[in-house]
Design a protein around this ligand. Structure first.
Ligand code: GLA
Length: 405
């Protein structure tokens, strides 16, 4: 039994306590780390996430009166009650404004906008979704760049898919979840996190082409090869909605327009020198373009290594990806750099920040025999620099969203 399944009885019991009835089922969706391919997903590029063993569980039951009730074991504030026909996206809305701006619905706190947004997105798509009672418990760290929001969205979409017998494929659920986050919550994220939560499988990384959404499960048996992938949660909370992510995205779109391509994915490494020359007057745009083009190529190189059974060879590619995110994309921070520099100096095969940036987590590829030493070196370096102690744990490639009972 996995940790996720262990948590299910507690989640069912909490549902009974909150709503005074039995849930009709329990569903799970995981957090993720991205192995390589950062900020490429809104450039029609390649990404390669894997699911974490950390999950968000939802216990749920349908309602016939058009009411949506949401409760989280991890958030203060009691049950959030909303009418599904009163859910409307507000231009520029942040999750905080869910209540006041949406037809007098009860005050929510930020988290409820994600599941509410999923219900809205499903109904906007014409799907016959009614009300529901939902209770959530989660072991996905929040604000750590590990996609707790996507886990919450996707577990909600999957639960509603089953409760209302919609028969939707995982990738469709991912797109609905992304629509909820883009249009309802107001975060202009790409499709990677929701696809990872919906489509990853245990023992694999997911190679996704975000242009046409074709994907391939790539075997990633770290333990079998005597390797470990560590996650270093720097405890620096990142916030995707704060404008810097949107700025990078807008910059990439401007770069593509300036170069006359549909998306930066269409610039090959061989075309990069010409592209950079074309943007000579705009050094910031040059840097964004250079990151995207080289990062997309790094994904292809990582795939080639994994397909050839040369897992250790991906280490330097990960570290090169970090340098590109730090120097060209300018989204790292002191703590992430310290984690990466310390880990590589202490013998890791490679390391990089993962996710949106500006805090959150780094990943470290390391020989199993060196994992403890490398982890200790990072912890000590954080203490010496006066940073909050990082949380370090292993990323075991785990299952995507599924029904538990
Ligand atoms: C966040 C977004 C993703 C992706 C990453 C960066 O996690 O939600 O869509 O853009 O940042 O790779």
């Amino acid at each position: 039994m996995t940790d996720t399944e262990h948590g299910a009885p507690r989640t069912a019991a909490a549902f009974r306590t909150v709503y005074g009835a039995q849930p009709h089922g329990i569903w799970a969706a995981p957090g993720r780390v991205n192995l390589i391919g950062e900020h490429t997903d809104y450039n029609d590029g390649f990404v390669m996430p894997l699911a974490l063993p950390h999950t968000t569980l939802a216990a749920a039951a349908p309602r016939t009166d058009g009411v949506l009730r949401l409760h989280s074991g991890g958030a203060d504030g009691g049950v959030v009650e909303l009418r599904i026909d009163a859910l409307h996206p507000v231009p520029g809305s942040a999750s905080e404004t869910l209540s006041a701006s949406r037809g007098g619905a009860q005050r929510s706190g930020g988290w409820a906008a994600y599941p509410a947004g999923v219900v809205w997105a499903m109904r906007e798509a014409g799907l016959p979704v009614g009300g529901a009672d939902l209770h959530y418990d989660s072991t996905v760290p929040t604000g750590a760049g590990l996609s707790s929001s996507a886990a919450l969205e996707v577990v909600t979409a999957l639960a509603l898919n089953d409760l209302y017998a919609l028969g939707l494929e995982p990738q469709r659920l991912a797109r609905l979840a992304q629509r909820a986050e883009n249009a309802f919550v107001g975060v202009p994220c790409g499709i990677m996190d929701q696809t990872a939560a919906a489509c990853c499988t245990a023992g694999h990384a997911l190679f996704l082409d975000t242009r046409d959404l074709t994907h391939r499960q790539v075997p990633f048996d770290l333990a079998g090869e005597g390797l470990r992938l560590l996650v270093v949660d720097t405890r620096v909370k990142h916030e995707l909605g704060d404008g810097a992510y949107a700025e990078r995205r807008a910059g990439c779109e401007r770069g593509a327009r300036a170069l006359g391509v549909r998306a930066l994915r269409d610039v090959s490494p061989a075309q990069l020198p010409d592209a950079l020359a074309h943007l000579a007057d705009e050094p910031q745009l040059q840097a964004l373009v250079r990151h995207i083009v080289t990062e997309n190529h790094r994904v292809e190189e990582v795939i080639a290594c994994l397909d050839a059974g040369r897992t250790r060879a991906i280490g330097p590619l990960l570290t090169a990806g970090h340098a590109s995110l730090r120097d060209d994309f300018a989204i790292s921070c002191r703590e992430l750099d310290l984690a990466v520099d310390t880990a590589t100096a202490a013998g890791a095969l490679g390391a990089r920040m993962t996710g949106g940036g500006f805090g959150g987590s780094a990943i470290v590829l390391v020989e199993e025999a060196d994992a403890a030493t490398v982890g200790k070196a990072v912890t000590e370096a954080f203490a010496a620099a006066g940073h909050t102690a990082p949380r370090i744990f292993e990323a075991v490639p785990s299952a995507g969203a599924h029904r538990i009972e």
